[in-house]
Design a protein around this ligand. Structure first.
Ligand code: MEV
Length: 424
C-alpha cells in the first residue's frame, strides 16, 4: 500500500479503524497501536466526540500544589504539566507566602469582548455614530440569543465603536461587551456577534466580515498580591536579588518573555487541569503584557516599609467552570471539585495567585541557587530509580550523586551497589 495522507472519509471511521490506517502509514508495531488505543481515564468514545480524527489520548501528569491560602481560604491546586519542579516551586512559594497572610486576589466582572468588523463604509465616523445611536437595539438583539445567560445575571452590557486605519482603508469595529458569568464565553459572544452583524450592516451600510471574540480579554482581569516576609525567603539579600531580577525583566523584552513564561507555567498548568482553553489565556496574557506598546512583565515587585517583598500580578483570565470541556472531561471535573471554586471569577483569582507564586519561585531560585539545582535533583532521582534504587535508599543515592556532581546512570548503579554492600 502506498503511503498517502489523502484519506477521504477518515473522519467517519472509529478510532480503532483510524489507528489501523496510521499503523500502516507509520509502520507502528502492534505494541504501539495497542498503547494508542489504551485510553486512560478519558474514554476514547468521549475523546472521539471532543475533536476530530481521534486515534488515542495523550496523558500528562496531574499534580497538586499545596500550601496555598487565597483570600483567607486554603486551596489544593491541581496542576497538569510535563515540566519537573513547577508544582514543587508553586507549593514552596505558597508556603513562604503564608507568614504574610497568603494571597489576596480579586477580579473584574467576567466581561468578554466580541468584535464586528465593518468595511467599505463611505463615512466611517458617521457609521460610528449611527451604530452607537442604536446601542439599545444592538444589546437587545445580542441578549435575545442567550436568555439563560440573561436570567443568570449576565448578557450584553455595552458597545464600543472604534474607527481604525488599515492597509485596506478605514474600518469600523464594533465591540460587544458581554458579561458571560461562569462561562469562558467564546461561544456566547461569537453567537451574539453573528446575530448583531446584519443589523449593523443595515443601519451603517458597508459590509461585515469578521464576527469573533477578542482574546485580548482586558475587561476580564484577575489580580493577586502577596507579601513575602524577608525572613521567610532567605533574608534581605534575596529580596534585593528578586528586585534586580524583576527590574531587568521590566526593562527588557527578552527577559520579560522568559519571566512571563514562568508565570504561565503555573497559570497554564491549572488551566489544563481544569479544562480551559489554554491558547486563549496565553494569547490574552502576552497581548496584555504588550498593551503599552512594549512587551513587559505581568507581575511587579517592590520592597515595603518593613523591608519585605511584595508582589502583584494582573492579567486577563478568560476561564469558565461551565461549558467547554469543563463538564465533559472527567478529570477536569474532578480538578474543579478539588479546587472547590464556585464561580469562574474565583477560578480566575486562584490562577492569578498561582501565576504570581510560580513567578516568585522562579525568580527566587534564579537569584539564589540557580534554576538547575532543583531540576538536577529531580533528574538524579529519576536516574536513581531507573538504576534500581529502592525507596529506602533513593534519597541517599540522589544526595551522593548531587554532591559528587556525577548525575549519571552508571554512577547511580555503583552507589546503589556500594550502599547495598555496606548494609550487608
Ligand atoms: C522555566 O520553565 C521558567 C523560568 O525560565 C522562568 C524564569 O526564568 O523566570 C525559570
Amino acid at each position: 500500500m502506498s503511503r498517502t495522507s489523502y484519506l477521504p472519509g477518515f473522519y467517519k471511521l472509529s478510532p480503532e479503524e483510524r489507528v489501523r490506517i496510521v499503523k500502516e502509514f507509520a509502520d507502528l508495531t502492534e505494541e504501539e497501536t495497542q498503547l494508542l488505543l489504551k485510553a486512560g481515564n478519558l474514554d476514547l468514545s468521549v475523546a472521539d466526540r471532543m475533536i476530530e480524527n481521534v486515534i488515542g489520548t495523550w496523558p500528562l501528569p496531574l499534580g497538586v500544589a499545596t500550601y496555598f491560602v487565597i483570600n483567607g481560604r486554603d486551596y489544593l491546586i491541581p496542576m497538569s504539566i510535563e515540566e519537573p519542579s513547577v508544582v514543587a516551586a508553586a507549593s514552596n512559594a505558597a508556603k513562604m507566602a503564608r507568614p504574610g497572610g497568603g494571597f489576596v486576589a480579586s477580579s473584574t466582572d467576567p466581561i468578554m469582548i466580541s468584535q464586528i468588523q465593518l468595511v467599505k463604509v463611505e463615512d466611517p465616523e458617521e457609521a460610528r455614530r449611527q451604530i452607537l445611536a442604536e446601542k439599545e437595539k444592538i444589546l437587545e438583539i445580542a441578549n435575545s440569543q442567550d436568555p439563560v445567560l440573561v436570567r443568570l445575571g449576565g448578557g450584553a452590557r455595552d458597545i464600543e465603536v472604534r474607527v481604525i486605519d488599515t492597509e485596506m482603508g478605514k474600518m469600523v469595529i464594533t465591540h460587544l461587551l458581554v458579561d458571560v458569568r461562569d462561562a469562558m464565553g467564546a461561544n456566547t459572544v461569537n453567537t451574539m456577534a453573528e446575530a448583531v452583524a446584519p443589523f449593523i450592516e443595515r443601519i451603517a451600510g458597508g459590509k461585515v466580515y469578521l464576527r469573533i471574540i477578542s482574546n485580548l480579554a482586558d475587561r476580564r482581569l484577575a489580580s493577586a498580591r502577596a507579601i513575602w516576609k524577608k525572613d521567610a525567603i532567605g533574608g534581605e539579600e534575596v529580596v534585593e536579588g528578586i528586585l534586580h531580577a524583576y527590574t531587568f525583566a521590566a526593562a527588557d523584552p527578552y527577559r520579560a518573555t522568559t519571566h512571563n513564561k514562568g508565570v504561565m507555567n503555573g497559570v497554564i498548568a491549572v488551566a489544563r487541569a481544569t479544562g480551559q482553553d489554554t491558547r486563549a489565556i496565553e494569547a490574552g496574557a502576552h497581548a496584555y503584557a504588550a498593551r503599552n506598546g512594549r512587551y513587559t512583565t505581568l507581575t511587579r515587585y517592590w520592597r515595603n516599609e518593613d523591608g519585605d517583598l511584595e508582589g502583584y500580578i494582573e492579567m486577563p483570565m478568560a476561564v469558565g467552570i461551565v461549558g467547554g470541556i469543563t463538564r465533559v472531561h472527567p478529570i477536569a471535573k474532578i480538578a474543579l471539585k478539588i479546587l472547590g471554586v464556585k464561580t469562574a471569577r474565583e477560578l480566575a483569582e486562584v490562577m492569578a495567585a498561582v501565576g504570581l507564586a510560580q513567578n516568585f519561585a522562579a525568580l527566587r531560585a534564579l537569584v539564589t541557587e540557580g534554576i538547575q539545582a532543583g531540576h538536577m535533583k529531580l533528574h538524579a532521582r529519576n536516574l536513581a530509580m531507573a538504576a534500581g534504587a529502592t525507596p529506602d535508599i533513593v534519597d541517599e543515592v540522589v544526595e551522593r550523586m548531587v554532591r559528587e556532581k556525577a548525575i549519571r546512570f552508571d554512577r547511580a548503579r555503583e552507589i546503589i551497589e556500594e550502599i547495598r554492600r555496606s548494609r550487608g
